[in-house]
Design a protein around this ligand. Structure first.
Ligand code: CA2
Length: 151
């Protein structure tokens, strides 16, 4: 059993309170609980962390290199701006999946570029909270496949 990290970036603490047409009506706590249940079914434990501060998210990625096998991140708006988060993932070499609730490609042009996608295992967007299920399955499989290769 490995520990995984679920990271949420700025404003995602407001989920369920506003803009349900774009982001759905589940709260962040509801998403985290569903992810914890799913991770357990896949044989993993899950630590959850949300911050509105870029530096705190960078620190969380750094800390994860000591005790987590992989990360799922919805970096919110930092997806489109943060070289620091890009460098943190690059530096730690932790496998991660990028998730967005909304289909960012059907939205404003500034949401079409991500500083994370090119170094992620994969990207899931537009499926609402179900995207986290897909991400957990993909990450768990990647970790299992890598354990097989390493013997
Ligand atoms: O679709 C996603 O999951 C996003 O990562 C959400 C970010 C946005 O900047 C990305 O382009 C796509 C914004 C999260 C804001 O969350 C709110 C939730 C409720 C009310 C207001 C904002």
């Amino acid at each position: 059993m490995s520990q995984l990290l679920l990271l949420h970036g700025p404003n995602l603490n407001l989920l369920g309170e506003r803009e349900p047409g774009i982001y759905g009506d589940l709260s962040l706590a509801g998403i985290e609980k569903a992810c914890q249940d799913k991770a357990e079914k896949l044989g993993h434990s899950l630590r959850c962390f949300q911050s509105n501060s870029e530096g705190a998210l960078v620190d969380a990625v750094h800390a994860a290199r000591h005790d987590c096998a992989g990360v799922i991140i919805n970096a919110g708006a930092y997806t489109h701006t943060s070289v620091a988060l890009h460098d943190a993932f690059r530096g730690t070499r932790l496998p991660f999946v990028e998730v967005h609730l909304s289909n960012v490609y059907a939205r404003e042009a500034f949401r079409h570029h991500s500083y994370l996608s090119a170094i992620a295992i994969g990207v899931i967007c537009g499926f609402g909270p179900q995207g986290y299920d897909f991400a957990l399955e993909a990450l768990a499989r990647k970790i299992a496949d890598e354990a097989k290769v390493e013997g």
